[in-house]
Design a protein around this ligand. Structure first.
Ligand code: HEM
Length: 136
C-alpha cells in the first residue's frame, strides 16, 4: 500500500526516480544532460535539501544560500525554458509522486511544484524580456 512522504529517505527516493525520468525525457532531457551537464552526485543532495525544507520543514536549503529563480534564469540564457518545458517537468514530477506516495504531503508537494513552476516560468520570461529591451 502507498504511504505519504515521511522522511528524507522518501524524498531521496522520489528525486532519484524523478531525475532518472527527467534526464532521459524526449522533451526536457537535453536541458539536464547537454545544456547543464548535470552532475547528479552533486545535485541530488542539494535538491534533497530543497524538498526536505519544503515538505518536512527541515530548513536546510536556506543554509546553502542559493536562489533557484536565478539559477533557472541563468539556465534560460543557455537554452530557452518555455511553458512546454515546465509543463513536461511538472507532468513527470506529479507522475513520480503519484506512483509511490499518497497523502497530504504528497498533495502538498505537487501543489507547491506547480506554483513554483508557474513563478519560475514567469520569472525567466520576465528576465528574458528585460534583456531584449536592453539590447535594443
Ligand atoms: C523547465 C523546467 C525545469 C528544468 C529544465 C530544470 C532544470 C534544472 C537544472 C538543469 C538544474 C541544475 C542547474 C545547475 O546546477 O546549473 C536545476 C536546478 C534546480 N531546480 Fe530545476 N528545472 C526546471 C524546473 C524546476 C522547478 C519547477 C523547480 C521547483 C519546483 C526546480 C527546482 C530546482 C532546484 C531547487 C534546483 C537546485 C538549485 C541549486 O543548485 O541550489 N526546477 N534545474
Amino acid at each position: 500500500m502507498k504511504k505519504d512522504i515521511q522522511s528524507r529517505a522518501d524524498i531521496d527516493d522520489l528525486m532519484n526516480r524523478f531525475y532518472a525520468r527527467a534526464m532521459s525525457d524526449d522533451v526536457i532531457g537535453y536541458i539536464f544532460t547537454d545544456t547543464a551537464k548535470l552532475d547528479l552526485e552533486t545535485h541530488l543532495p542539494v535538491i534533497g535539501d530543497f524538498w526536505e525544507t519544503l515538505i518536512l520543514g527541515a530548513n536546510n536549503y536556506q543554509k546553502r544560500g542559493r536562489n533557484p529563480m536565478q539559477i533557472h534564469a541563468a539556465l534560460n540564457l543557455k537554452t530557452p525554458l518555455r511553458a512546454e518545458h515546465f509543463g513536461r517537468w511538472l507532468e513527470i514530477f506529479w507522475k513520480t509522486v503519484d506512483e509511490s506516495f499518497v497523502g497530504e504531503r504528497a498533495e502538498f508537494a505537487k501543489t507547491r511544484a506547480e506554483a513554483i513552476a508557474n513563478r519560475m516560468l514567469n520569472f525567466v520570461s520576465g528576465v528574458l524580456a528585460i534583456q531584449i529591451r536592453q539590447a535594443r
